[in-house]
Design a binder for this molecule. Structure first.
Ligand code: NDP
Length: 301
């Protein structure tokens, strides 16, 4: 039997509708969300993110502004800029665009964003709340992965969950969020022996590895819920396995795949997220959700 595809776009659309109502209510009470993005230097990928964030914010009624700092900005100047925004009452959320120029310690800068404006959920205080089970602001991708599991409507309590990947922005927070929902999580990583034995136990399998199609169909328990966080750009091949060349550019055609071998996995799983169109769209809406949560945190201080 073929798995039901979990449509990230439709989960994101429902969340967006709820957010619009919530923002409207907040504005009626005199509270206006304002997300400030900081970009240091010019970067094509980061510029695209910024444009997308701006569009998404404006669609739901969040003010979005961008501070562009020159590429030769020193770490100290960036830190001063973040401190200034931390104290600016007009700014309710701050996002630091990556990558930062060489010589700036991204983690050091990012954790200086005060917890109540930390829309990416990366401040140690917010991470700590996650451990305490009082999650308010958590990393967007991790929350998106769990939101997609919740969207199915099956009971999470008692489920065996395997999370492949232990990064601070995905693997670890996903396992804590699932633990909070009374699943029984195991985190796997590059040191895990017999990965397949772990993934095959999983009622809920979350892949956050960054390796194209590494999770094969025979590594999945029949009927499992599969959440594929991976985003990998790979060359497109024809049926003989040869690269397809784009006639316009003369370069190999590229496509985006996840960390799960989708075609095989969907024949084994009961539910599966596609790539693209699964975790990605929900992650973007989680940033909006966090911006509103951050505003509410500031209001209730
Ligand atoms: P990281 O590179 O930070 O972490 C990858 C994890 O995978 C590490 O814990 C690593 O283990 C583990 N790993 C690597 N190889 C293996 C292996 N052979 N067996 C078992 N575990 C392995 O990646 P991120 O967490 O930042 O991202 C993961 C994926 O999610 C990427 O594809 C990324 O593009 C995507 N992503 C998607 C987002 C979205 O919005 N959809 C947002 C953020 C990321 P170890 O710790 O031992 O090295």
């Amino acid at each position: 039997m073929s798995a039901i595809i979990i449509d990230g776009e439709s989960v994101a659309a429902k969340m967006r509708t709820r957010l619009i109502e919530e923002i409207d209510t907040l504005k009626k009470k005199g509270y206006y969300p304002h997300l400030k993005a900081i970009q240091v230097g010019e970067n094509a990928a980061s510029r695209l993110y910024v444009q997308n964030q701006q569009k998404q914010c404006e669609e739901v009624g969040i003010k979005y502004t961008l501070d562009e700092l020159p590429a030769d900005t020193k770490e100290g100047a960036l830190i001063e800029h973040i401190k200034k925004l931390n104290n600016d009452h007009q700014v309710t959320g701050i996002i630091l665009q990556m990558p930062l120029p060489e010589g700036i310690d991204a983690k050091k800068a990012q954790i200086l964003i005060v917890p109540q404006k930390d829309v990416e959920g990366m401040n140690p205080a917010n991470m700590g709340e996650l451990v305490y089970g009082n999650t308010r602001l958590a990393p967007c991708t991790a929350m998106a992965a769990v939101e997609l599991v919740k969207s199915i409507g099956v009971e999470i309590k008692g489920k065996v969950a395997t999370i492949v990947g232990r990064s601070a922005i995905v693997g670890k927070p996903v396992s804590l969020l699932l633990l909070d929902l009374s699943a029984t999580p195991t985190i796997c990583h590059s040191g895990t022996k017999d990965l397949s034995a772990q993934t095959k136990k999983a009622d809920i399998l979350v892949a956050a590895i960054g390796k194209p199609e590494m999770i094969k169909g025979d590594m999945i328990k029949p009927g499992a819920i599969v959440i594929d966080v991976g985003i990998n750009r790979v060359k497109e091949l024809d049926i003989q396995g040869n690269q397809i060349i784009n006639p316009k550019t003369g370069k190999p055609k590229m496509k985006t795949v996840g960390d799960v071998e989708f075609a095989a996995a969907k024949e084994v799983a009961s539910y599966i997220t596609p790539v693209p169109g699964g975790v990605g769209p929900v992650t973007v809406v989680m940033l909006l959700r966090n911006t509103i949560e951050a505003l509410k945190m500031s209001v209730h201080q």
